[in-house]
Design a protein around this ligand. Structure first.
Ligand SMILES: Nc1nc2c(c(=O)[nH]1)N[C@H]1C(S)=C(S)[C@@H](COP(=O)(O)OP(=O)(O)OC[C@H]3O[C@@H](n4cnc5c(=O)[nH]c(N)nc54)[C@H](O)[C@@H]3O)O[C@H]1N2
Ligand SMILES: Nc1nc2c(c(=O)[nH]1)N[C@H]1C(S)=C(S)[C@@H](COP(=O)(O)OP(=O)(O)OC[C@H]3O[C@@H](n4cnc5c(=O)[nH]c(N)nc54)[C@H](O)[C@@H]3O)O[C@H]1N2
Ligand code: SF4
Ligand SMILES: [Mo]
Length: 715
């Protein structure tokens, strides 16, 4: 028997590192996934999830392979197999009925932030039905960075030029687990004599590598950024030329920065004054790259915090300069998912979009002027449960595990249970799919084709569908197109906003007139395109003044704070009683190499490496609350009745009084209807009810108060 072996350049998009990969196929089976050393973004970087987890995720016994309909009550775990035609017909019947009774706005959709083009597909499906209500979990991920940068005029996400930097300043970033490519680049920088500043309350691999480690109280980073700017301006070490030509509002900004001399920031953050000055001088000796992470995103002062750092990058002259932070680039004629969302030909009437849930309160995020156009997610959960501002009665969820990854798991489940109809597309039976009426089997990233702009590298990358979908799995676009047809038959469409015949046509539409073809992408797995750095004459800062806005006109128009500022974290805003009841400060979301959020929880190797959800606690704090190493504890936060269980890891790497945990925990083999999502998941103990960032509507994922109670063995 002859065997044929072929190697295909592709791209892993299991996380937003988006590494170039080489996939080996033997007789149609994936036998190996390895890094592609030629990829201009990842340069040979890769991780165990790309090598191993994706294959297992595709081939696992627990993979959903055909559509299913619930036969017991919602969440009872009883299902029957149905055909695609049966599933889509039933879904269309139910959505058409909801639309007829309550109107199109009563139907909502939800997607993951992990796959942006999928977000556009969901949004355009909903818009076709006549509803502007779709949810993307960017309020919990990256939204504060992206919108802060957009408002400031510094769109530089993922454009960190560590390779050419002399100094890297990591703020709330844990690249050793979250981004192996960054981690490689940082180690190389260190090796060639560059310096690393790490700003992080928790000791970790990055702070172990650092020359200067600042350890602020969680949620106080903006004060550090302002104090560093203070030193740069006071010592005349900022880029006057860039400021004069390209920055708007320097005088007001300077006045704000004068309110934050290092000793004031020291008071607010708990970092020693001389360490702040040393970090500022190190950052001033550029070129310096700002490397931000989730540790300063997704919290109620996220946009202000990012703006404080964005302004620092700008005034220090590190914007779009080698060794600094690149402005994101794109090939002319290429369309991103945001272009699709904002293209007038794909929009509902303005009056309809103004009714997007959350658009009244967060207009820069949701609705007709919104950056995402998507809903404010916690307000959708509220609408489901209260009918305010109007009823939301049906939900189609694809590729997002909202029961696990949205705060307040019990309330999310209550909302799902109260709906008239829920459909979930997923690859495995997640705690979210468990509460659906209809479950649709979804393709994995080995089975679907994706075209992805990596504007920070910059390049366009290509993910090849290397194997056919397993069982009857389908990709999001195919599901949306079939559903659209069924809805059209039932006169339940407002307009057809899905003009593509299949995923290939959709991807070709994204490539547009860029001159990059699918053929070229298949050849290498990526395509580079001409671009220039530092040409600000032709740069589009995208702000009302056309400059980098240290003083934001957009925020000012909305009556929001136009200058970057320190906002006291939630923990400091609570009253004395709450301080007594909830004496500790909580950090959530620290990544682990094994898992991607809630994914891969059914993989034996990963569970062996990381069997339980851990919470780091300082030995003195542990002793004060009677907590022993490896003991299970109950964690509570204010404003929510439910708790979660975690396993104590007593370590000096956590500061006194601060406890830190991960996210995404559930157990596929748990025998409760929620599969452990209300038990070992940090979001079982967190409220989604605010405080919210005034721009993005993000809730606090850190910096709030909590209490820990040791549990007896077996509890
Ligand atoms: N293996 C793996 N990789 C992933 C993911 C995954 O789930 N698994 N997820 C991907 C996604 S979507 C994301 S968003 C990224 C997230 O990855 P990162 O951006 O690296 O974020 P985290 O791992 O949450 O932790 C960041 C660091 O912030 C610190 N931190 C917490 N609070 C504060 C604070 O108030 N101030 C400061 N200065 N620091 C703070 C924490 O101690 C931690 O060291 O990872 C991506 N990569
Ligand atoms: N308390 C707390 N909550 C958090 C966080 C935190 O730090 N603390 N972090 C937040 C962050 S940064 C994020 S990104 C979210 C993650 O939240 P989610 O997006 O919900 O997390 P995942 O587990 O990655 O994805 C859920 C499901 O979507 C499907 N899926 C996800 N990505 C893809 C994809 O690319 N293709 C396909 N076909 N299917 C996909 C899979 O079926 C998977 O089971 O959680 C957020 N929630
Ligand atoms: S870091 Fe790992 S999971 Fe993320 S894209 Fe690269 S190989 Fe895939
Ligand atoms: Mo994220």
């Amino acid at each position: 028997m002859t065997t044929t072996e072929t190697v295909h350049p592709s791209q892993c998009w299991e996380c937003n590192t988006y590494c170039g990969s080489l996939v080996t196929l033997r007789d149609g089976q994936v036998t190996k996934i390895a890094p592609n050393p030629d990829h201009p973004g990842s340069k040979g970087g890769f991780c165990v999830k790309g090598i191993r987890a994706v294959r297992e995720w595709t081939d696992n016994d627990s993979r959903l392979q055909y559509p299913m309909r619930r036969v017991g009550s919602r969440g009872s775990g009883k299902w029957e197999r149905i055909s695609w035609d049966g599933a889509l017909s039933e879904m269309a019947d139910r959505l058409a009925a909801t639309r007829a009774t309550y109107g199109p706005l009563s139907i909502a959709g939800a997607v993951s932030g992990a796959a942006f083009s999928r977000g556009a597909v969901m949004a355009l499906l909903l818009r076709s039905i006549g509803s502007p209500n779709w949810m993307i979990n960017q309020d919990l991920c990256g939204g504060c960075q992206a919108l802060g940068e957009k408002i400031t005029g510094t769109p530089m996400k993922n454009g960190e030029d560590i390779d050419n930097a002399q100094c890297a300043m990591l703020v709330g970033r844990n690249p050793q687990a979250a981004d192996p490519v960054q981690w490689m680049a940082l180690k190389a920088l260190k090796k060639r004599g560059g310096r690393i500043i790490v700003i992080d309350p928790i000791q970790g691999p990055a702070s172990d590598l650092a020359d200067i480690w600042l350890r602020p109280r969680p949620g106080t980073d903006a004060a550090l950024a302002l104090a560093i700017a203070h030193v740069l301006i006071a010592e005349d070490r900022y880029d006057r030329d860039f400021v004069d030509k390209w920055c708007h509002g320097f005088e007001q900004y300077k006045a704000r920065v004068e309110e934050y001399p290092p000793h004031v920031a020291a008071e607010l953050t708990g970092v020693a004054e001389e360490d702040i000055v040393e970090a500022a001088r190190c950052y001033a000796d550029g070129p310096s790259v700002f490397v931000p992470g989730h540790g300063i995103d997704a919290f109620s002062a996220g946009v202000q915090t990012f703006r404080a750092f964005d302004c620092l990058v700008a005034i220090s002259g590190n914007l779009d300069r080698p060794g600094g932070n690149r402005l994101v680039k794109r090939p002319k004629g290429f369309r991103t998912y945001l272009d699709l969302l904002h293209d007038p030909q794909f929009r509902l009437p303005r009056e309809t979009e103004k009714q997007t849930i959350g658009a009244d309160r967060f207009p820069l995020w949701a609705g007709p002027e919104g950056w995402q156009t998507a809903c404010h997610n916690p307000s959708v959960i509220d609408a489901i449960l209260t009918d305010k501002p109007y009823p939301v009665r049906a939900l189609y969820i694809s590729g997002v595990n909202i029961v696990v990854t949205y705060p307040n798991a019990a309330r999310t489940i209550e909302a799902l249970k109260s709906l008239d109809f829920v459909a979930v597309a997923a690859q495995t039976m997640t705690p979210t799919a468990a509460f659906a009426d209809i479950v649709l089997p979804k393709t994995t990233t080995l089975e679907e084709e994706e075209v992805q702009l990596q504007g920070g590298v910059p390049c366009v990358s290509y993910t090849r569908a290397v194997v056919p979908p397993r069982g009857e799995a389908r990709c999001d676009l195919d599901i949306a197109l079939s559903l659209r047809d069924k809805l059209a038959e039932r006169q339940a469409l407002t307009q057809d906003f899905l003009p593509w015949k299949d995923q290939r046509a959709f991807n070709e539409y994204l490539l547009g007139d860029s001159g990059i073809t699918i053929d070229a992408l298949q050849e290498n797995g990526y395509a580079t395109f001409p671009h220039r750095q530092g040409e600000f004459e032709s740069a589009d800062f995208g702000t009302p003044t056309g400059k980098v806005e240290l003083f934001s006109e957009r925020l000012n128009d909305l009556g929001l704070e136009p200058l970057p500022d320190h906002v006291a974290p939630s923990a400091d805003q609570s009253d004395e009683r709450s301080r007594a009841d909830y004496p500790l400060i909580l950090i959530t979301g620290i990544r682990e190499k094994t898992y991607h959020h809630s994914r891969f929880r059914d993989q034996a190797w990963a569970r062996k490496v990381s069997p339980d959800p851990l919470i780091q606690i300082h030995p003195e704090t542990a002793a004060a609350y009677g907590v022993a190493d490896a003991q299970w504890v109950s964690l509570r936060t204010p404003g929510i009745a439910t708790h979660c269980r975690l396993r104590a890891q007593v370590t000096e790497r956590a500061p006194r009084g601060v406890v830190a945990t991960g996210m995404g925990w559930w157990r596929p083999d748990a025998d409760s209807p929620d599969l452990g999502a209300c038990d070992i998941n940090i979001n079982g103990a967190m409220s989604y009810a605010g405080p919210w960032d005034p721009v993005t509507g993000s809730p606090d994922s850190r910096g709030m108060r909590c209490q820990l109670t040791p549990l007896a063995a077996g509890a």
